[in-house]
Write a protein that binds this ligand. Sequence first.
Ligand SMILES: CC(C)(COP(=O)(O)OP(=O)(O)OC[C@H]1O[C@@H](n2cnc3c(N)ncnc32)[C@H](O)[C@@H]1OP(=O)(O)O)[C@@H](O)C(=O)NCCC(=O)NCCS
Length: 186
Amino acid sequence: MSKYQGTVHPEWTNWASRIAIRPVEKDDLPGLEWNGELIHFRRLFASIFHSMKKGKAIMWAAELEGAGIIGQLFVQFNSARVELADGSTRAYIYGFRIQPEYRGFGLGTRMLVVVEKDLLQRGFRRVTLNVAQENIDAIRLYERLGYRVVALEPGRWSYEDHRGRVQKVNEPSWRMEKILISPGTG
Ligand SMILES: CC(C)(COP(=O)(O)OP(=O)(O)OC[C@H]1O[C@@H](n2cnc3c(N)ncnc32)[C@H](O)[C@@H]1OP(=O)(O)O)[C@@H](O)C(=O)NCCC(=O)NCCS
């Protein structure tokens, strides 16, 4: 359980008002690498940005004035796997992370609220995501926000790192899904 659950941490009030949750711009791409911690995703970030320019995805950033991008979350509108994203009714969230020192203060929840509202405005009615089975804290967060486990996902995928080497990921996961409800209809 989060140590701050159910309380407002005093530090939160100091920085919460200085956060902007907004789509990523080209100049933000280096800032998504978090001082090298996520450098291995450089090509992946560039490719998602390219998809965004074609209207197939959106990359979200939480920017803290003076500190840079402290949160990121990507949404794919289309996928070859229509159970994840079908381009019109179902969209897929991934790459969701907040920098460690800012976790547990409600920022992740705030990002999801913004993203879900944006998806509703785009006409989407369902949102999906995959979460590692061992990530019980994140699963609890998603359940609290109305996501439900709908399938088992092998969680095997690969990407090309910044040096052009293929990196394989093997992370048994749950697929979770939420039905989005417009305000006033729920
Ligand atoms: C999951 C994550 C994006 C949530 O962002 P956040 O700002 O910490 O979220 P909130 O403060 O709104 O909510 C906190 C909830 O997330 C849970 N959580 C998950 N991982 C956490 C972490 N490493 N630190 C603190 N809280 C975490 C807390 O337990 C809490 O749930 P609870 O309220 O039911 O106790 C963030 O914790 C994170 O980056 N975790 C590591 C990466 C990750 O697991 N991403 C999800 C991949 S599917």
